[in-house]
Design a binder for this molecule. Structure first.
Ligand code: FMN
Length: 410
């Protein structure tokens, strides 16, 4: 039974061709042309101001890692098996003792509420309804308590403050709100050099400049549907979850938000492990040696990730190192993120050693253009692709993929 089913008492009925057609007919106009995760990007580009779109879509410096995250998937190809009865195939996947309906979750994305109205609440609700995990960003602009109320199974991602007293206070708050899974992001000791943000007029907090005003006025739907509704509902939004107390406002002429935590190290993680009684994961691991350290200090899992190509430009694509890192990480849980856009990408990452994957940008685009319905649409597109791919590969589930993926030779 899914979390949503438990909460509502309504049991989901599997899709039949006629119910799929009915769903398509009921879909809002904005979602009708969206046939794949990649289709969300151009729609979001039209909806969002250039500054906000650039913040989401961009990588860092020359975008080597951003491009590598996608191109890494082309190195792998399938050897499908024929004449296998796959009529009972399933996309279900177990993670930390819970059986999810799909092997992917929604990655943490800071300031998502700037793209779509109450985006983090929409992610939380869509994830609960689809029975997939959602990891709330520590740079989100709605309180972690409200998100937990929308979906008590939400995980929390922390951008740790540099000071241990502040870390302790944040962890106490996260625990008190009922979160059981804490993910510490390790690959942001300092902000990446995102020149595209400067070029496009994006900053955090957003400065009220003439460039931003012109950009916003050129995107009136965003101004009304995202900004207008947020201001009506909340007044000024704030970065709510970086510390135990509220952070700076999202729009400000002079407030500063520090992204520096360059003294944070393994001793701090050891200290957190002793304090945090729930599940602990580290996000942003690319070196097998770091996976070993994480395992040795009693971490429950790692995210093999280069932050969507947004931190160190030239950082290896996580897919390239996934198999080696996963080998060193066992028996910890290994989660992959970076560049997943297709069901086949999910299958390749699982075949190379991931237990589960998370997806970023397509979900924030979906939240921007159609809120919870958009996110639900993105989830069902990806899940349906995985189910179709399993059938075409001659697999009934996601556990026997390792021998079906080989290195592609050009
Ligand atoms: C707009 C945006 C904001 C992000 N904010 C965070 C964040 O607050 N915390 C974090 O750990 N990762 C953050 N990430 C990285 C994602 O969690 C994830 O690692 C990455 O987006 C995966 O790559 P993909 O977008 O290609 O799926 C962000 C990514 C994007 C695109």
């Amino acid at each position: 039974m899914t979390i949503a089913e438990r909460q509502t008492g309504v049991t989901a009925v599997p899709d039949t061709p006629s119910s799929v057609a009915a769903k398509q007919a009921r879909r809002p106009r904005r979602l009708k042309p969206i046939l794949s995760l990649d289709d969300f990007e151009p729609a979001a580009r039209r909806f969002l101001p250039r500054s906000v779109f650039g913040y989401i879509a961009g990588g860092v410096e020359t975008d080597w890692s951003l491009r590598a995250n996608r191109s890494a998937f082309a190195r792998w190809a399938f050897v499908p098996h024929m004449l296998v009865d796959t009529s009972a195939r399933t996309t279900k996947r177990e993670l930390f003792g819970h059986t999810y309906d799909a092997p992917f979750g929604i990655a943490p994305m800071g300031a998502s509420g700037l793209a779509g109205f109450h985006a983090d609440i929409a992610y939380a609700r869509a994830a609960a309804a689809a029975n997939i995990p959602f990891l709330l960003s520590g740079a989100s602009i709605v309180t972690l308590e409200r998100v937990a109320a929308a979906n008590p199974a939400t995980w929390f991602q922390a951008y740790l403050p540099p000071d241990r007293n502040e870390i302790a206070a944040l962890l106490d708050r996260v625990r008190a709100a009922g979160y059981e899974t804490l993910v510490v992001t390790a690959d942001v000791p300092i902000g990446g050099n995102r020149e595209n943000n400067i070029r496009n007029g994006y900053s955090s907090p957003l400065r009220p400049t003439l460039q931003l005003a012109i950009d916003a006025l050129a995107h009136p739907l965003w101004l009304i549907e995202t900004v207008g509704r947020t201001l009506m509902a909340e007044g000024m939004p704030y970065f709510e979850n970086g510390r135990a107390t509220r952070g700076v406002p999202v729009f400000s002429a002079n407030a500063e938000r520090s992204l520096t935590r360059d003294s944070l190290n393994w001793a701090d993680l050891e200290w957190i492990r002793a304090r945090w009684k729930g599940r602990l994961l580290i996000k942003g691991i690319l070196a097998a040696a770091d996976a070993r350290r994480a395992r040795e200090l009693g971490t429950d899992g790692i995210f093999v990730s280069n932050h969507g190509g947004r931190q160190l430009d030239g950082a290896v694509s996580p897919l390239q190192v996934l198999a080696d890192v996963a080998r060193e990480a066992r028996p910890m849980t290994v989660i992959y993120d970076g560049g997943i856009r297709r069901g086949t990408d999910v299958i390749k990452a699982l075949a190379l050693g991931a237990d589960f994957v998370f997806v970023g940008r397509p979900f924030i685009y979906a939240a921007a253009i159609a809120e919870q319905e958009g996110i639900a649409h993105a989830i069902s597109l990806l899940r349906e692709e995985i189910s179709r791919d399993l059938c075409l590969m001659g697999s009934t589930d996601l556990s026997d993929l390792a021998t079906r993926v080989v290195e592609a030779k050009s």
